[in-house]
Design a protein around this ligand. Structure first.
Ligand code: SF4
Length: 312
């Protein structure tokens, strides 16, 4: 088998790392993001359906070698490179080669993935990755099969592998779709499993659905649903639960698990408050905030910047 998309992308963009979303990994920094075409799942609500459903290579307008990508990330003041937009497992060889070039250039690598992969590629892929946001799309086999054409069990295996057998920094995203995966019972089961099987320190992002592709007739997720889901997850012991894709500064603030101080405040993708010391500990009680932090937050201050379609 040959990866025909190697060296070709559907586009490059500089994003704030909070958009991946990662809230505990180099907050405020810029990340060079790209994807290719196609996907190994078939989510009926895919926001990136134009590239994830592309069967031909028409969507692959941009070209870049791994070294070009690393050089461009540095030129655009990015601290890391993200494999995103479609699932990186379908361009694993290109992603791994790019990750090696990034590490040689002192850049970090981030995977945004559904985690739907077999054991061997899972290990090969994550050896080259520094941080990941993995979708836990729902907590029922019905949802995974009916809306995504996949299964839940391999995703749980990936999450457990990342949490217990690697040093990859892990955060999780669950997009709440009205009537499909947003019942209090399902949120309760999902968050209890994350707390027990992965650990209470793993951040969980509960994000708002907006209609896309074959699910345009579904309503947007109400803010109240997200807040109620966040409350349930916190009651189950998770320490860092965020709302996303919606304006909710309280739900997007990082609170110290020791004393409750707001240690990182956010307004959209902007960092508006920072109370961590130079070792990532709470400025009031010195409880460590899990994640990877620098002395100060990054200064991403502009809207996402589309780059030239060809990087070299
Ligand atoms: S896994 Fe992500 S990119 Fe792939 S079809 Fe589902 S939502 Fe789209």
């Amino acid at each position: 088998m040959v990866l025909t998309s190697w060296g070709r992308s559907s586009g490059f963009c500089c994003d704030p790392i909070e958009k991946k979303p990662l809230n505990h990994y180099l907050p405020g920094t810029s990340i060079l993001s790209f994807g290719t075409a196609g996907c190994n799942l078939a989510c009926k609500y895919c926001q990136n359906w134009d590239i994830s459903k592309a069967k031909r290579t028409d969507a692959l307008a941009a070209e870049a070698t791994p070294d070009d990508i690393a050089a461009s990330a540095i030129a655009h003041d990015c601290r890391s490179v993200a494999f995103t937009y479609n699932d990186p497992v379908v361009f694993l060889e290109y992603a791994v080669d790019t990750a090696r070039a990034c590490r040689a250039a002192d850049l970090r690598t981030v995977a945004v993935t559904a985690g739907y992969m077999c054991k061997e590629p899972r290990e090969e892929f994550f050896k080259s990755i520094d941080a990941a946001n993995v979708d836990l799309k729902a907590f029922t086999e019905r949802f995974y099969w009916k809306l995504c054409g996949g299964h839940l069990a391999p995703v749980k295996e990936t999450l457990q592998y990342l949490a217990h057998e690697t040093d990859v920094w892990l955060e999780i995203t669950t997009l709440l779709i009205p009537g499909e995966n947003d019942s209090p019972g399902e949120i309760d089961a999902l968050s209890a499993w994350v707390a027990e099987a992965l650990g209470p320190h793993v951040p969980l992002h509960l994000t708002a659905f907006h209609g896309a592709w074959k699910m345009l007739d579904y309503p947007d997720t109400p803010l109240e649903t997200l807040r109620e889901a966040r409350k349930i997850a916190l009651e189950n012991g998770l320490r860092y639960v965020y709302t996303g894709n919606i304006s909710d500064p309280h739900g997007q603030t990082t609170y110290c698990s020791g004393c409750g101080l707001a240690v990182i405040c956010r307004d959209g993708y902007q960092i508006t408050g920072w109370e961590l010391d130079d070792k990532g500990r709470c400025g009031a009680c010195a409880t460590a905030c899990p994640g990877v932090f620098e002395r100060e937050p990054g200064q991403f201050s502009h809207r996402p910047l589309p780059l030239d379609t060809t990087l070299h």
